[in-house]
Unconditional design. Structure first.
Length: 125
């Protein structure tokens, strides 16, 4: 019974925080917005580099982002994606992978969102 009360209290506290002025609401911005997508790179451990696919400013929050090597979905060395709210009620997502820099031209970020007519493919040159 104590555990149930604690979970209930935690949920009530979370609801109060979500209702604070300035906190992004799930109803804001109220209309669908497409993601702005870019791929960045930085030196990784050893002789590797990290490619990160960033999808920004989209609404609603449901989005599918994945990496491919040529035409095959790439899950090796893929970091877990992170979805976060922006202050304007839109969302931000990123997904990184570690690769051999000589293979960079083979990697593509694929983004699916209800506002996009087709899957968006982006790569870092």
């Amino acid at each position: 019974a104590l555990r149930f009360v604690s979970q209930r209290k935690a949920m009530e506290t979370a609801k109060r925080i979500l209702l604070l002025p300035g906190f992004p609401s799930s109803s804001v911005p109220g209309r669908a917005q497409p993601p702005k997508v870019k791929v960045t790179r930085r030196a990784g451990p050893g002789s590797t580099e990290t490619l990160t696919c960033h999808a920004q400013g989209f609404y609603p929050r449901r989005i599918d982002v994945k990496w491919s090597r040529d035409k095959e979905v790439w899950v090796q060395e893929s970091s877990r994606g992170v979805l976060a709210p922006n202050s304007d009620g839109t969302f931000y997502f990123w997904l990184g992978i570690e690769i051999d820099p000589a293979e960079r031209q083979h990697f593509w970020c694929h983004v699916e969102h209800e506002t996009l007519p087709d899957i968006l493919r982006v790569r870092r040159d």
